[in-house]
Design a protein around this ligand. Structure first.
Ligand code: CA
Length: 638
């Protein structure tokens, strides 16, 4: 009998050929299952049939079972029948790259048949540094499902590709809206095969559009193939791959990078997972009494520290980056993964594309790993070039997610200036009293105020404020702080038009009326959309807001005296930032106006005020003194 503790030393498999591959008319299947006494390959002619043809597999010395088939089985389906301790379980290949409906079987396809026309030589996004990115977080279905989106393939991968669409009111929707806003990367909520939406119900467009079968998708079933409900025909295994690639290609051609949200920290259900049937007790974390750890809050946690688990995760990310030409990965609950796994992922991804962006949720959760081994914020210095969501700035601006009534800097809480400054400098070690995560660089900090989790900023502000005008200007102030801070800015789709989820915080399975991007809301808030667009334009045009090193930030950015509940700073350096010689930024969270003296007598060109933002001069402020309105961000340069 093999002990679990001996698995990593005696049964580690190095090969890069697990799963299904096809070469020289030979179909090869390989699966790792060292405890099994017998493994058979089951080939099905049809996705729904129960009858199959089985093939005996041979085991090698480290527990990899393999079989080579020379018959023509292209277009058929497969599973593995695994016998451990006399018990037979049929499992889907965890490495399966194509799937039947609902991911019940692996599909035997030639993956090159899934390439849309021009796939190999299409242009990819031009961004080379994470600090030049501006990330836009989006759920595939939310973008287009609104009746008013003007988009044909509503809620599908193809819905994200349709260009030049408008709403009944005439505002740009879908891809055209995203492009117009000027963001650089779209970050897609889970697009791998998840389990909470019935793909059979999604195949008829009329049923799909009216379905309440909605989910964010943080419930992985199969890691290496796309979710079927986003395809126009989930019964055809090639279709979902081709349509996702078409979406990625179209986004690339429109100058947008694509970041994939990956969930390697837990799965939908251990009992439904192939992992535990292939190697019981190995892929998930258990406590001393043998009970599954629930560090993820989702019932289980994947044991990334085990060598074959780590290998699976690294192989999986590599596969997506290569086959789908992705520009980045966002790791859900990254703090549950270990430092070594994340660094191996980084090493492999940089070989594929040195401009790839890696970000994650570095919250400190669970106790299976020592704190020193976790991929958490405090270990950022061990995870160079990997970025962490900055929940400090989020909570500082809007109040803690734990207490919905708590106010933040934007809506009247006091004594938060220092914390806002920590966000502005991008979480670096700036000075004796502005320290966040220690020795980190600006490309390791993702500043945000709203994401799919928790209330939208609008809903959160609405809890304490009923005046719509005030909510609008508080939101703009928040957007300004995020988009002008050092680090990587991140916005949630619809944040630019004051998106509401009607007070629903955890809308992971709420229906479209809560989750959809409502294009009427955009129409009603066009002035704020333009404001957000202007801030993005300013950021893109002025590298002072996108400094690459902590050293440059320490040298070029200095805070100046400001009244309570306001923060002011000047950015300047010897060689200047092009036309932007000196830049002043003032954020005033007071509802009344304030005065700031810069002590620098110049003709300051104001480009951002309470009402407008961008790179055009709104007015010239001569002298050293500024008056800033209540709830205003002012940016001026000379
Ligand atoms: Ca699915």
């Amino acid at each position: 009998m093999i002990k679990l503790s001996e698995i990593d030393s005696n049964y580690y498999y190095e090969g890069n050929d697990l799963g299904y591959s096809f070469n020289d008319d030979v179909h090869t299947f390989k699966v790792w299952s060292p405890l099994a006494t017998e493994v058979k390959l089951c080939i099905y002619n049809h996705y729904d049939t129960k009858t199959n043809t089985t093939y005996k597999m041979e085991k090698n010395e480290v527990g990899v079972w393999q079989v080579f088939i020379r018959e023509d089985i292209n277009g058929k389906y497969y599973n593995f029948l695994v016998n451990i301790d006399g018990v037979n379980n049929e499992v889907v290949d965890p490495y399966a790259r194509a799937l039947s409906i609902n991911g019940e079987k692996g599909a035997i396809i030639k993956i090159e048949q899934s390439n849309p026309e021009g796939w190999f030589d299409h242009k990819i996004s031009k961004i080379t540094k994470p600090t030049d990115a501006c990330i836009y977080e989006l759920h595939i279905r939310d973008l287009s499902i609104d009746n008013n989106s003007g988009i044909k393939n509503k809620g599908k991968f193809l819905g994200i590709c349709q260009e030049n669409t408008i709403s009944n009111e005439g505002v740009k929707t879908g891809l055209s809206h995203i492009k117009d806003l000027g963001v650089t990367h779209v970050q897609l909520l889970p697009i791998f095969d998840y389990g909470s939406v019935d793909e059979r119900k999604s195949s008829l467009m009329s049923e799909y559009e009216n379905s309440n079968d909605y989910n964010w998708g943080y419930d992985p079933i199969n890691y290496n193939a796309p979710e079927g409900s986003y395809s126009t025909n989930p019964y055809n295994p090639i279709n979902r791959i081709k349509e996702l690639k078409t979406a990625i290609k179209t986004l690339h051609e429109n100058g947008l990078g694509v970041i994939m949200d990956v969930v390697y920290n837990h799965m939908l259900d251990v009992n439904k997972s192939s992992f535990d049937k292939l190697m019981p007790g190995y892929y998930f974390r258990y406590d001393e009494e043998g009970v599954l750890c629930n560090e993820s809050g989702c019932g289980n946690a994947i044991a990334s520290e085990n060598k074959m688990v780590r290998k699976f995760i690294v192989d999986s990310v590599k596969f997506w980056a290569t086959e789908y030409k992705l520009d980045g990965f966002r790791f859900d609950l990254m703090g549950l993964l270990d430092v070594q796994t994340m660094n191996e992922i980084k090493k492999e991804l940089y070989k594929i594309n040195p401009a790839i962006i890696i970000l994650g949720e570095g919250w400190n959760m669970g106790n299976s790993l020592q704190d020193t081994e976790k991929a958490i914020q405090l270990n950022a210095y061990k995870l160079r070039d990997i970025a962490f969501f900055n929940d400090d700035i989020r909570d500082t601006l809007r109040g803690s997610y734990c207490d919905l009534k708590e106010k933040g800097f934007l809506n009247g809480a006091n004594n938060l200036e220092l914390k806002v400054k920590k966000g502005i400098v991008g979480g670096i070690n700036y000075s004796n009293n502005i320290i966040t995560w220690g020795e980190v660089e600006p490309n390791q900090v993702v500043n945000y105020i709203e994401c799919h989790d928790n209330n939208t900023l609008y809903d959160r502000l609405k809890i304490n404020e009923q005046d719509e005008d005030k909510i609008k200007y508080m939101s703009r102030l928040g957007m300004s702080i995020i988009l002008l801070s050092q680090g990587i800015p991140f916005i949630h789709a619809g944040q630019e038009f004051l998106r509401t989820k009607y007070g629903v915080e955890n809308s992971y399975k709420s229906n479209d009326s809560i989750n959809k991007l409502d294009w009427k809301t955009k129409y009603n808030n066009m002035d704020t959309v333009k404001y957000c667009k202007g801030l993005i334009k300013l950021r893109k045009n002025c590298s002072a807001f996108r400094m690459e090193t902590s050293e440059e930030i320490r040298q070029s950015l200095r805070f100046i005296a400001a009244p309570n509940n306001a923060v002011a700073y000047i950015i300047e350096k010897e060689n200047s930032y092009g036309q932007f010689n000196k830049i002043i930024v003032i954020h005033n969270a007071n509802t009344n106006s304030i005065k700031i003296n810069t002590n620098i007598n110049l003709d300051w060109k104001v480009v951002v005020n309470k009402y407008k933002s961008g790179i055009e001069t709104l007015k010239v402020n001569s002298g050293s003194k500024f008056i800033i309105e209540g709830l205003e961000t002012l940016v001026a340069y000379n």
